[in-house]
Design a protein around this ligand. Structure first.
Ligand SMILES: [Zn+2]
Length: 166
C-alpha cells in the first residue's frame, strides 16, 4: 500500500488508530492534521473516541475558516493553524501525549536524543514551548514561535509534544 496515495481522511484515521494502540493518546486526547494542496486542513474531531474513528468523522477547516463535517474539529486546531502559518513547508501536524514525554514536560526537561542513534537521526533537535491553556490562541503562538526557529519537534510544558512533517 502506498500511504501517500490514501485520502487525507484515511491517512488521519490510520495514524490515529496506530497512535491510540501505542498508548500515545487517550480516547479524548491527541490530534492530527494534514494540509492538502488546496489549503484545506483535514483534522481529527474533538469529542469522538480516537480508537474508533472513521474517515467520515474527519473534519475540514477551509482556507476561509469555514468548518465542515459532523463534529467539532479538535479543540487544539488553533495551534495546528498557527504552525502551518509559521511554516508553510509543513503538511502534517501531530500532537500526542506519550506518557514518558509528558513526564519530561512536567519537569520541563528535553530528553537527550544522543543516547540512541536512530532516535537522534529522527529527532535531531527538540524545543520546549512555554505553557498556556490547551486550546488557547496563546498556546498556538508559543508553539508557532518555536516552529519558526525551524524546530520540527516541540514539547509543550506540562502537556505533551507536537511534531510537524513535510
Ligand atoms: Zn494535548
Amino acid at each position: 500500500m502506498n500511504f501517500s496515495m490514501l485520502h487525507p481522511a484515511d491517512q488521519i484515521v490510520m495514524i490515529m488508530k496506530r497512535l491510540y494502540s501505542y498508548q500515545m493518546t487517550t480516547t479524548s486526547g491527541g490530534n492530527l492534521s494534514i494540509m492538502d494542496d488546496e489549503g484545506i486542513m483535514w483534522i481529527s474531531p474533538s469529542g469522538v473516541d480516537k480508537g474508533n474513528l472513521t474517515a467520515a468523522d474527519i473534519m475540514r477547516v477551509m482556507p476561509d475558516g469555514t468548518i465542515i463535517g459532523p463534529h467539532k474539529p479538535s479543540s487544539e486546531y488553533p495551534f495546528h493553524l498557527a504552525i502551518y502559518r509559521a511554516r508553510p513547508d509543513l503538511r502534517a501536524v501531530l500532537h500526542a501525549h506519550p506518557p514518558a514525554l509528558v513526564a519530561f514536560s512536567l519537569i520541563r526537561e528535553i530528553p537527550s536524543t544522543n543516547i540512541i542513534p536512530n532516535c537522534h537521526i529522527l529527532c535531531p533537535k527538540v524545543a520546549m514551548a512555554k505553557y498556556a491553556v490547551p486550546g488557547s490562541e496563546e498556546l498556538g503562538a508559543y508553539i508557532a514561535e518555536e516552529f519558526k526557529k525551524d524546530y520540527d519537534i516541540v514539547m509543550l510544558e506540562n502537556h505533551g509534544v507536537v511534531i510537524g512533517s513535510r
